[in-house]
Design a binder for this molecule. Structure first.
Ligand code: 5GP
Length: 209
């Protein structure tokens, strides 16, 4: 029997405070694991310079987003800093059923909803090496003033308070090491006994002892 027989895809959730470098770590991870499907979320926020509709996000109106909520089209959604963000249920389900691993980049409330609905999802929290380093990274972007940076740091502290709910904690010391740790987590998750019992089925009669 093949290792991947009837294998359902892994649902992987990655969260972390704004400025931690999630997108860069995700890009590194996806270049090493191009078989992972990155879930493109729906959002009501305006595109930033360089962002493409359908690539970074599916940009929709508030009316359209609220229709999607009403029609049960979202696996999870949350309101974050005044905008809606949500994950399409249909796309995720299709990929997982085909045996494809799916990666969600979502904030902490959405992650908690995913864990409730899909207890087997693997939740990974990415933290910066220190709050000082996060502050340095936010300043280095030159996109926010001091007030906005202070708000983001407060939000980061609030988000980090949720990290005990996650299965794994990865420190984004360097992008390469963070992406490598995530790959190791996924490899170990794939070796869980409950996911591979079929590999041992021929070796025993199914009874313990
Ligand atoms: P940004 O506006 O900086 O792209 O994203 C803001 C936050 O929204 C990030 O923490 C990101 O992980 C989160 N986010 C992006 N897509 C989704 C989603 O589909 N659902 C939820 N709950 N959060 C999301």
């Amino acid at each position: 029997m093949g290792e991947h027989q009837n294998r359902r895809g892994e649902l992987i959730v990655l969260s972390g405070p704004s400025g931690v470098g999630k997108s860069t770590v995700i890009a590194e991870l996806l270049s090493a694991r191009p078989d992972i499907h990155f879930s493109v979320s729906f959002t009501t926020r305006a595109p930033r310079v360089g962002e493409q509709d359908g690539v970074n996000y599916n940009f929709v109106s508030r009316e359209e987003f609220e229709r999607m909520i009403r029609d049960g089209e979202l696996l999870e959604y949350a309101e974050y800093v005044g905008n809606y963000y949500g994950t399409s249920l249909k796309v995720i389900r299709e990929q997982l059923d085909r045996g494809v691993d799916v990666l969600l980049d979502i904030e902490v409330q959405g992650a908690a909803h995913v864990k409730e609905k899909c207890p087997e999802a693997v939740l990974i929290f990415l933290i910066p090496p220190s709050i000082e380093e996060l502050s340095r990274r936010l300043r280095g972007r030159h996109t926010d003033g001091e007030d906005a940076i202070a708000l983001r740091l407060d939000k980061a502290r609030e988000e980090c308070r949720e990290c005990p709910r996650y299965d794994y904690l990865v420190v984004n010391d360097t992008v390469v090491s963070a992406a490598r740790q995530i790959q190791s987590i996924l490899e170990a998750e794939g070796c869980r006994t409950r996911k591979r019992l079929h590999l041992a089925a021929g070796f025993y009669d199914g009874k313990n002892g």
